[in-house]
Ligand binder design. Structure first.
Ligand SMILES: [Zn+2]
Length: 360
């Protein structure tokens, strides 16, 4: 298997990494971050597991990264995503792993955000030969498939010369993530027909778009963002198997030709995850579970050091408590728990010990 240099993988290196996942039948966690703390925890988790990783940011996460007080929301989203990208470009190679940098769900109102980031990548490419992001996501899953594909084609023509890939969504992911959501009517998300894509749509999209550049497809198979009570989510990974089989048969390719993406990975059953990976999922989105892990780590720390969050000096011993309430201590507790949760994800996805990054 060919190696790529440690750091952010774009263009040919991104393609090599996709192929390594496809040939090795494993997937990478795509973890949402919204701060340097969570970005560093993601990098640390990858290094600890000798695995490559996908780091992604949503429009809301990017706005947070830039700081909440900037008045121009669109500008803040662009600046925040650029800040994260530069942060990861600077640090990733020192962690010795390959990182795919990606932006999460962009629906039609967020196309301006992507256009702004493409412009930033163009500038970065002129200076360094690399775009800022490895890939972007376009989520027009609630629109007719023809409109979805047509807009994706236009965008890919801008992305490909810069070595940036595109992820599209076919069939919708239920639930809500960062204000982009699909409320489903009825008792719960389970079995809603729009949550299941059709293999024919996957074939049409792949046939039209894959010649234009590096395409990946979030083909929904019952996925829902967030974690729900048992019984509310019914995953049907067989849709992925049938989609791959149809493309392979019609276009005379090898097995699992389409790089697939699993949304709403949090809370999913381990068998369904492994099955989806065996059907060509290379990217496994995880956000809710890692956020909960971070929160749990901080909560445990605060419970254990309750006194330090009420007093600067201990009323019992008279000693200063700065070392315990120091921001770095409780953030580290959150990061450690985040890393632990990601380690479990690397294990389930078969990614441990499989980093493709080698020092040239
Ligand atoms: Zn998603």
């Amino acid at each position: 298997m060919s190696a790529i240099p440690p750091g952010v993988a774009t263009g040919g290196a991104y393609r090599t990494l996709l192929r390594a996942c496809q040939m090795g039948s494993y997937a990478l966690p795509a973890v949402n971050v919204s701060s340097s703390s969570t970005a560093n925890a993601a990098l640390a988790a990858a290094r600890a597991n000798r695995a490559d990783i996908i780091i992604q940011i949503s429009a809301g996460g990017a706005r947070f990264y830039a700081g909440q007080s900037l008045p121009d929301e669109q500008q803040a989203r662009i600046l925040g995503a650029v800040a994260l990208a530069r942060h990861v470009h600077l640090l990733a190679r020192h962690y010795g792993v390959a990182v795919i940098l990606h932006t999460d769900h962009a629906n039609r109102p967020l196309l301006g955000w992507i256009d702004g980031l493409v412009e930033e990548s163009r500038r970065h490419h002129e200076q360094t030969g690399q775009p800022l992001f490895s890939s972007h996501m376009l989520d027009l899953s609630t629109e007719p498939v023809a409109d979805n594909i047509a807009t994706a084609a236009t965008l890919m023509k801008k992305l490909s010369p810069l070595g940036i890939g595109l992820e599209i969504e076919l069939g919708i992911t239920g639930g809500e993530e960062d204000g982009i959501g699909n409320e489903l009517h009825g008792t719960g998300p389970a079995d809603h027909p729009s949550l299941y894509t059709s293999p024919e749509d996957v074939l049409t999209a792949w046939k039209t778009l894959s010649p234009l550049g590096m395409l990946s497809i979030a083909a929904s198979f019952g996925n829902v963002h967030g974690v729900y009570a048992p019984g509310n989510v019914r995953l049907r990974p067989d849709i992925l198997r049938r989609s791959q089989a149809l493309v392979a048969e019609r276009l005379q390719t090898g097995p699992n030709p389409v790089p697939l993406v699993f949304h709403g990975g949090s809370g999913s059953d381990e068998d369904a995850i492994k099955q989806a990976v065996s059907f060509g999922v290379f990217k496994f989105n995880i956000d809710t579970d890692t956020q909960f892990a971070y929160a749990q780590g901080v909560a445990r720390y605060m419970q254990e050091h309750e006194e330090a969050f009420a007093h600067q000096v201990s009323p019992v011993t008279g000693r200063p408590l700065k070392k315990q309430y120091d921001i770095r201590t409780w953030m580290k507790a959150g990061e450690d728990s985040f890393i632990q949760r990601l380690t479990d994800s690397f294990r389930v996805l078969g990614a441990q010990g499989r980093s493709t990054a080698r020092q040239p």
